[in-house]
Design a binder for this molecule. Structure first.
Ligand SMILES: Nc1ncnc2c1ncn2[C@@H]1O[C@H](COP(=O)(O)OP(=O)(O)OP(=O)(O)O)[C@@H](O)[C@H]1O
Length: 271
């Protein structure tokens, strides 16, 4: 049995006179311990999909199952890291307090809580910033705090929604390697959403390519690169270039095929 099952997921936003079918029919699953990337054209519904998977948004049809149980609301075994670290960290709380916040839900003893927070900050390389405030840190450091907060929670599944879109290229490379290291060391299952094709190929064991909205899975591609990856050698390997070209081509096709059938447009206007 898979750890995470997404079955025939559909999400249609119905608003004032405007209906948007964002997700049409999404089916895929993750085994325990997998690292899977989701990539697709801009606006294809990546965030919508992740919100449905994390239980923050109710799908219109289909379901999400974690260890066989349907999800209805945020399940205890999941943590999410969003793109906008600036908005997900509380400016008036220290780094330590930010990381400890979700642990309140677990009702742990003080000593255990301190241990989890310290260990999480250590593994993301922020062992010496416990008492700083988020606004005293660089963007990359703030995103490390957000990752530490997810790690401290000891989730079975870590969902990441374009977490490095707002940091510079060098920081991004470091954070990508951090995610791979955490994934290997902690044995956590990771679903990583990105719009960056290189990142989708470099990070994962599989890359799921989404179509344009109304969205379906276009391809579920196995990334058969060696497990030991590094920015220099992996990215210059011929196989990396082939996989990258494959994903790029699929996304270009998805963009060209946008709304092939006028009756199936993503955005429809009610009479
Ligand atoms: N709350 C909402 N109400 C109505 N429509 C919405 C809502 N949220 C998203 N949408 C629509 O659903 C579609 C998918 O949006 P979503 O943000 O999930 O895509 P995305 O792939 O994450 O986008 P991006 O690539 O820009 O990050 C878009 O057409 C968007 O306008």
């Amino acid at each position: 049995m898979s750890l995470l099952d997404i079955r025939s997921l559909n999400k249609t936003y119905a608003g004032r006179g405007r209906t948007v079918e964002a997700l049409r029919d999404i089916t895929f699953s993750l085994d325990a311990g997998e690292l899977v990337c989701l990539v697709g054209p801009s606006g294809c519904g990546k965030t919508t999909l992740l919100k449905c998977v994390s239980g923050l948004l109710d799908p219109t049809g289909g379901e999400v199952r974690l260890k066989g149980r349907p999800i209805s609301g945020p399940p205890p075994g999941m943590a999410v890291v969003f793109q906008e670290y600036g908005r997900s960290l509380f400016a008036w709380m220290t780094v330590r307090q930010n990381v400890a916040l979700p642990l309140r839900r677990k009702k742990l003893g003080k000593a255990r809580q301190t241990e989890l927070v310290e260990r999480a900050l250590d593994v993301v390389g922020l062992g010496d910033t416990h008492d700083a405030y988020p606004w005293q840190l660089s963007g990359g450091m703030q995103q490390r705090v957000a990752i530490a907060r997810a790690v401290a929670y000891e989730p079975e599944v870590l969902l990441m929604d374009e977490p490095f879109a707002a940091v510079d290229a060098q920081t991004r490379a470091d954070l990508e390697d951090l995610v791979r290291r955490l994934w290997r060391d902690l044995g956590v299952t990771v679903l990583f959403v990105t719009h960056d094709i290189d990142e989708a190929v470099y990070l994962g064991q599989r890359t799921i390519v989404l179509s344009s909205s109304p969205t379906v899975v276009r391809e579920d591609l196995r990334i058969d690169l060696p497990d030991a990856r590094d920015q220099l050698h992996t990215r210059s390997a011929p196989r990396f270039a082939e996989l990258r070209a494959r994903v790029y081509e699929q996304i270009q096709r998805a963009k060209r095929e946008r709304h092939p059938d006028p009756g199936a447009e993503a955005v429809t206007t009610r009479p």
